[in-house]
Design a protein around this ligand. Structure first.
Ligand code: NAP
Length: 252
């Protein structure tokens, strides 16, 4: 039985029907948190996650809603506060890729990624921040990517969005630190999820070969770093970017 480091805490995780978000939700529940999550269209997967949360003896809340919609983000957070009576953590995780050679990238492929990965994070952070400021406590973790630090060919849209999130994290961290609120980033490398499943086998092998650990990471590897950054164990850490990448990118 793991230690209940999040007992009585309420966490919001975006994009938790699948992949990294799902693992984060379960990790926080195992730490004793009440977890609310949203997703875009995977109803069946969301129902399964909610059932799993309840099977662990915890309370969960599932919300079908697009993080790109400012009003819907606010509606989600209003529901969370009404259902659980409080709010402590936000994990901005819902993200997409639309990889393509830059010379072929159309404006929709650019806009969709920026809208989801940047505006969606803004909408959610904006929806929670007044509550956290008033209570003078809380923490936000934004999921960025190694792509936003070192750049990856055919990901100009995605790298731009993930670099933006690092700037957002640092500025917001400085702004809200006087209110005892911490804001940090986790930057995963290559992680085994639906997002990386579509990679061609030779590209996948080449990517794995470039990782000092020689393999892709698991969703649990990322979830554990998020849990650390939300917990009091990182109580003096803010504005940081923790890479969870098997050593892929070692400079600072
Ligand atoms: P994933 O398996 O594709 O899952 C994405 C999740 O986000 C799904 O739950 C999806 O909901 C949700 N979502 C997408 N757009 C949304 C929107 N507009 N509103 C609400 N929910 C939305 O992705 P992942 O690999 O777990 O990635 C999670 C995060 O980690 C992303 O920010 C990604 O950029 C980042 N990351 C991933 C990797 C990697 O190697 N996998 C590496 C670095 C960073 P539906 O199921 O309903 O579509």
């Amino acid at each position: 039985m793991s230690e209940l480091i999040f007992k009585d805490k309420v966490a919001v995780v975006t994009g938790a029907s699948r992949g990294i978000g799902r693992a984060i939700a379960l990790e926080l529940v195992q730490g004793g948190a009440k977890v609310a999550f949203n997703y875009l269209k995977s109803d069946c997967e969301a129902r399964t996650l909610l059932a799993e949360i309840e099977k662990l003896g915890a309370h969960g809340l599932s919300f079908k809603g697009d993080t790109r919609d400012f009003d819907l983000a606010k509606e989600f957070i209003d529901q969370v506060k009404e259902y659980f009576g409080s709010l402590d953590f936000l994990v901005n995780n819902a993200g997409i890729t639309r990889d393509k050679a830059f010379m072929l990238m159309d404006k929709n492929e650019w806009a969709e990624v920026i809208d989801t990965n940047v505006n969606g994070y803004f909408n959610m952070a904006r929806a929670v921040i007044v509550t956290l400021l008033k209570q003078k406590s809380g923490a936000i973790v934004n999921i960025s990517s190694i792509s936003g630090i070192s750049g990856i060919a055919r990901q100009v849209n995605y790298s731009t969005s993930k670099a933006a999130i690092i700037g957002m994290t640092k500025s917001l961290a400085k702004e809200v630190a006087p209110y005892n609120i911490r804001v940090n980033c986790v930057a995963p490398g290559f992680i085994d999820t639906d997002m990386t499943k579509s990679m061609k086998e030779d590209v996948r092998q080449k990517s794995a070969d470039a990782i000092p650990f020689g393999r892709f990471g698991s969703v649990e590897d990322v979830a554990k770093a998020v849990s650390f950054l939300l917990s009091e164990r990182s109580g003096y850490i803010t504005g940081q970017v923790i890479k969870v990448d098997g050593g892929l990118h070692m400079s600072y």
